[in-house]
Design a protein around this ligand. Structure first.
Ligand code: ACO
Length: 314
């Protein structure tokens, strides 16, 4: 019914990073496609999420009071308690149940899957699904292998009754080693001391995992929808790395120009990347109502998700 997004004001270019990291615009651009990203300074993730949600609600033409549920996909909320979703609920003046979903970069697809289940219970529901991340809080800013990859932001969708979701699949293969960020265990006198670990990633392992699973999941989602590659108008992949998008496009029987990207200016915003991309495409007029979209994501867990949907926003 509606889509919205919000980004922090502060733009961090590759050249700004090379001011304090042993890196270069040339390395980052050729390895990832990223030229710049947004990073939170004074903004909270709840503020960005609420702004994205208000834009989506305005486009949907409904009030926050009409929402049946709020699901926030995030790994980097402002608080451990309460959930980001409860912060957003308060800021919107909504009164519905609200909770967070953590499936790392696949979180937005997982939240859509949960929303689908809510519609099975109440076909007239109105569900707000948000993907929001402040990855700048999780990365180690001295680690050039991860600090250059990520960005912050929020995207939101308002979902209403209908049959636009054509297929959905999500997977998990529990394995923390390739990609993790670990909490410290506080000052419990009983626990063996465990330090916080900022985001660590085995880039090669993630790359090797990402490309075949995107191809597998997109193909399966299209088949489950009873469609073929020719029926797909646009492919919105999790914006992790332009080379991953290119490699997946080469292996799928879908023209490269149908693969939409904004990683060049947004970086990898984890669970927020697909809804931010959706909003930008919608506002630039690139998603006509009725377009058939294939979405796919992968991330820590390891998790993956893909779906096919008909774009309902006019
Ligand atoms: N600037 C300059 N040099 C760098 C940087 C940097 N920012 N980072 C690493 N290097 C160096 C390395 O130290 C290494 O140097 P060495 O050869 O002297 O040891 C060299 O560059 C090559 O490093 P590689 O890791 O082999 O670089 P690669 O070409 O594989 O690119 C990358 C790294 C971009 C991370 C790639 O592996 C990748 O895209 N992996 C997928 C990761 C990903 O998409 N993660 C996000 C998805 S998961 C999620 O969204 C939560």
């Amino acid at each position: 019914m509606g889509v919205g997004s919000a980004l922090p004001e502060h733009v961090v270019t590759n050249d700004m990073l090379s001011g304090f990291l042993d890196t270069s615009d040339e390395w980052i651009t050729t390895r990832t496609g990223i030229k710049e990203r947004r990073v939170v300074t004074t903004e909270t993730l709840a503020e960005l999420s609420a702004t994205a949600a208000k834009r989506a609600l305005a486009m949907a033409g409904i009030e926050a009071a009409q929402l049946s549920y709020i699901l926030c996909a995030t790994t980097s909320a402002d608080y451990a308690i309460p959930s980001l979703a409860c912060q957003v609920q308060q800021m919107l003046g909504a009164s519905c149940p609200a909770m967070d979903v953590n499936a790392a970069c696949t979180g937005f697809l997982y939240a859509l899957d949960m929303a689908d289940a809510l519609f099975a219970r109440d076909p007239n529901a109105r569900v707000l699904v948000i993907g929001a991340e402040a990855m700048s809080r999780l990365v180690e800013w001295n680690d050039r292998s991860t600090a250059v990859l990520f960005g912050d932001g929020a995207g939101a969708l308002v979902l209403g009754p209908g049959s636009d979701l054509k297929s959905m699949l999500v997977t998990a293969a529990g394995d923390p080693d390739p990609l993790y960020a670990r909490h410290a265990n506080g000052n419990s006198p009983y626990a063996v001391k465990r330090e916080r670990a900022p985001l660590r990633m085995d880039g090669h392992a993630v790359y090797r995992f990402a490309v075949p699973t995107i191809v597998r999941d997109v193909s399966a989602a299209i088949a489950r929808a009873g469609m073929t590659e020719d029926d797909i108008d646009a492919v919105l992949l999790h914006q992790a790395n332009l080379r991953i998008v290119d490699a997946a496009a080469q292996r799928l029987n879908i023209p490269r120009d149908k693969f939409k990207t904004n990683i060049q200016s947004r970086g990898n915003t984890s669970a927020a990347s697909i809804p931010i991309l959706m909003d930008e495409l919608q506002r630039e007029g690139h998603l006509p109502q009725g377009s058939v979209l294939a979405l796919a994501a992968f991330g820590g867990g390891l998790t993956t998700g893909a779906c096919v949907l008909a774009w309902g926003v006019s």
